[in-house]
Design a protein around this ligand. Structure first.
Ligand code: ADP
Length: 404
């Protein structure tokens, strides 16, 4: 029997999301998450998806889970109860989502001590994310030291951006000294969705130019030429680019100096303001697009303004990326907002007929979990809704590396 299962771990600062997949048929065996790690009310939700355990449905436990080690051990116990434990000989590898790979990691990488040290070295570039990723890796290694642990980096897909796109126009020595450049994030999703869009069009990925709009709580756009990323909206950190749930996206960097000099805010306060209290939340008090849409529909002025700012930024990026690509074959919407909010899709593409973009409004408004086309028949550019699947992509990349 060849081991064909991959456990995908996405460790956040206070949460762990996981999926167990069988790459023999790309099926999902279990999925779940642990949240509020370190609090009294930690919660583990585990859902077996095959076998007799699946028939009994989701299991949930609430109670203190002290740290990531305890969280992963609790997850391991749930998987073992389904007969799919971490000790199973069928487990081929663990795939870890790692947010920042810097310039060094441009493809999935088997983690050894040296790689782990390098991911640790990148913590200053991703202080919120990489520490949790490192902890997840350490714990998983201690549980199964004998199988490969693979890091799949959020930044990797964007490493093909040309140098003049990746560079900020600042003093070259300073940029070099502090690793200041545009790395981009959500790469696993942009990779998956750009390929899935080509498949939806029935064309080889090498022939297709796609603008991918990943609109979740965090949001980013990318321009993908023939399967290769040539531009993306997030930068050195995930703060740059689109208006997001709680992040401002692009702004004049002098706003930061002004807040420090005139507002008397500390660097940490400004960091928190721009990352956690801005975007939709900052403009109207809600970061969930469903609430923003509901309130805007009831005539709430600040919600309407937040929606319009969100859509305007999106439209600017679509136009910019059409210029970058020269020829656009498809625009693909994905993630929570992109997959579900037809109002956002409609408003973002409104008035872009000159770029070959036109929606079939009925198809746009129809709900479906499937990849689908929503452009008008006469439109030159296809518009697609393509549900993202970052876990499947991480598992695919992990499995391909360990079975090579
Ligand atoms: P992340 O992985 O970044 O946390 P998701 O891709 O799951 O985010 O997207 C979460 C966001 O998707 C929510 O904050 C919400 O704004 C939006 N969303 C989810 N469902 C809908 C819906 N039916 N209509 C509009 N927005 C939605």
């Amino acid at each position: 029997m060849t081991a064909s299962r991959v456990l995908v771990l996405n460790s956040g600062s206070s949460s762990v999301k996981y999926q167990l997949l069988d790459m023999a048929d790309r099926s999902r065996l279990a999925t779940g998450l642990v949240e509020r790690i370190g609090e009294e009310t930690s919660r583990l939700v585990h859902e077996p998806l095959t076998g007799p355990a699946a028939a009994r449905g989701k299991r949930e436990q609430v109670g203190p889970i002290a740290d990531h080690e305890a969280a992963l051990k609790a997850v391991a116990a749930e998987l073992a109860a389904d007969g799919t434990g971490l000790d199973s000989p069928e487990l081929a590898a663990v795939g870890h989502r790692v947010v920042h790979g810097g310039t060094r990691f441009t493809r999935p990488t088997v983690i050894d001590d040296e790689v782990l040290a390098e991911i640790r070295n990148l913590i200053p570039l991703a202080p919120l994310h990489n520490p949790a990723n490192v902890t997840g890796i350490e714990v998983a290694r201690s549980l199964r030291a004998d199988i490969p642990q693979v890091a799949v980096f959020d930044t990797a897909f964007h490493s093909t951006m040309p140098e003049h796109v990746a560079r900020y126009a600042i003093d070259a020595g300073t940029a070099e000294a502090y690793s200041i450049r545009r790395y981009g994030f959500h790469g696993t999703s942009h990779a998956y969705v750009s390929r899935a869009t080509a498949a939806l069009l029935g064309r080889p990925v090498e022939d297709v130019n796609v603008i991918v709009l990943h609109l979740g709580n965090g949001a980013s756009a990318s321009a993908v030429r023939g399967g290769v990323c040539v531009e993306t909206s997030m930068g050195m950190t995930p703060l740059e680019g689109l208006v997001m749930g709680t992040r401002s996206g692009d702004l004049d960097p002098a706003v930061v100096f002004h807040l420090a000099r005139v507002g008397g805010l500390s660097v940490d306060e400004i960091d928190s303001l721009l990352n956690k209290k801005s975007g939709l939340l900052g403009m109207c008090g809600d970061n969930d697009m469903r609430e923003v849409l509901r309130r805007a529909g009831e005539g709430d002025e600040s919600a309407r303004l937040a929606f319009e700012a969100y859509v305007h930024r999106l439209k600017k990026y679509i136009g910019a990326y059409a210029a970058v690509l020269g020829r656009v074959d498809a625009v693909a919407f994905t993630a929570g907002v992109g997959e579900n909010a037809h109002q956002v899709r409609e408003a973002a593409l409104d008035g872009l007929a000159e770029l070959g973009l036109a929606l079939d409004l009925e198809a746009n408004a129809a709900r479906s979990p499937q990849p689908r086309l929503i452009s008008a028949d006469h439109a030159r550019v296809a518009v697609a809704v393509v549900p993202t699947d970052e876990e499947l992509e991480i598992a695919t990349q992990t499995y391909a590396l360990v079975t090579r």
